[in-house]
Design a protein around this ligand. Structure first.
Ligand SMILES: NC(=O)c1ccc[n+]([C@@H]2O[C@H](COP(=O)([O-])OP(=O)(O)OC[C@H]3O[C@@H](n4cnc5c(N)ncnc54)[C@H](O)[C@@H]3O)[C@@H](O)[C@H]2O)c1
Length: 255
């Protein structure tokens, strides 16, 4: 950049994550908060933002991100619920988008989890996956969370499933034939995923691997929303260097 502070706007600014991001941007000397938007607000020119941070609700996120992309503004997205259909629509829009104010192609970072420890947990789980016969994912969150399973849990299961496929492992062993109430959880890429919603929790996940005679548990705890801010600001500072759609902050971290 040219030395001026990067102009940042936040969509979902009244929410738990959005308001925390606003404070983090205001506290960063190299960033300037130029817009706060929430449900029903006219996005206008997004306050002249170079980068928008989007933390809203799964139903609204695609529309918000497309509005930014169509204006040539980079986006860092924390809202969960991005499946293949939405990603394909976004990729097409990014290809057709005007260049950013910096002259580069528009970059969009979609990060199911901005906590560094969570990214490492996913990375370690993907590494461990091919060595174990069994694996299950348990995600634990505050009861105000509207989507299940969490984006992090779904991505972890995808990474584990892909690693198992590549290693030629079959399905996880499971003799269950009767489960009328869904007690065995959801299946993501063949991996059982269980979602707990408990007052007092923030965002937590365990990945439990098993072989005959041993288990390995990888656990991450986000104890405060502040834990996401270093990752969010890393995304804000680097998104312009990554034109196109990137899924996962790990791609910005050299992992
Ligand atoms: N990627 C991560 O690291 C991470 C971490 C925590 C939460 N999340 C996700 O971020 C999202 C937001 O979480 P939260 O806890 O801040 O939720 P929240 O309910 O506190 O905030 C959501 C905000 O979005 C606003 N909103 C609703 N519709 C909108 C629209 N159409 N346009 C603009 N704003 C709109 C709401 O009014 C609210 O202020 C969720 O999807 C959550 O799962 C991601």
């Amino acid at each position: 950049m040219d030395g001026r502070p990067l102009a940042v706007a936040v969509i979902g600014a009244n929410g738990r994550m959005g308001s925390t991001v606003c404070r983090a941007v205001e506290a960063a000397p190299d960033l300037r908060l130029v817009g706060r938007y929430d449900q029903g607000d006219d996005l206008g020119d997004l306050g002249g933002a170079d980068v928008v941070v989007e933390f809203s609700v799964p139903d609204a996120s695609l529309g918000n991100v497309l509005a930014c992309v169509e204006r040539g503004v980079h986006v860092v997205v924390g809202t969960t619920g991005w499946g293949d259909v939405k990603l394909a629509r976004l990729a097409a829009a990014v290809t057709a988008a005007p260049p950013s104010r910096g002259g580069t192609g528009v970059g969009v970072l979609i990060a199911p989890n901005f906590a560094l420890g969570a990214i490492l947990m996913m990375n370690f789980a993907a590494q461990a996956a091919r060595f174990f016969e069994s694996v299950e994912v348990v995600e634990l969150h505050h009861p105000a969370k509207v989507d299940a399973p969490s984006g992090t849990a779904a991505r972890t299961a995808d990474l584990i499933g892909a690693a198992r496929d590549a290693a030629g492992l079959g399905p996880v062993p499971d003799a269950t034939t009767q489960d009328p109430d869904g007690a065995r959880g959801a299946r993501v890429h063949g991996i059982p995923v269980h979602a707990l919603r408990v007052r007092g929790l923030v965002a937590h996940q365990e990945v439990i691997f098993g072989n005959v005679g041993e288990t390995l548990t990888i656990r991450h705890d986000s104890l405060d929303r502040e834990s996401f801010m270093a990752g969010v600001l890393t995304g804000v500072r680097r998104v312009a260097d990554h034109p196109g759609v990137t899924v996962g902050l790990e791609h910005y971290l050299g992992l």
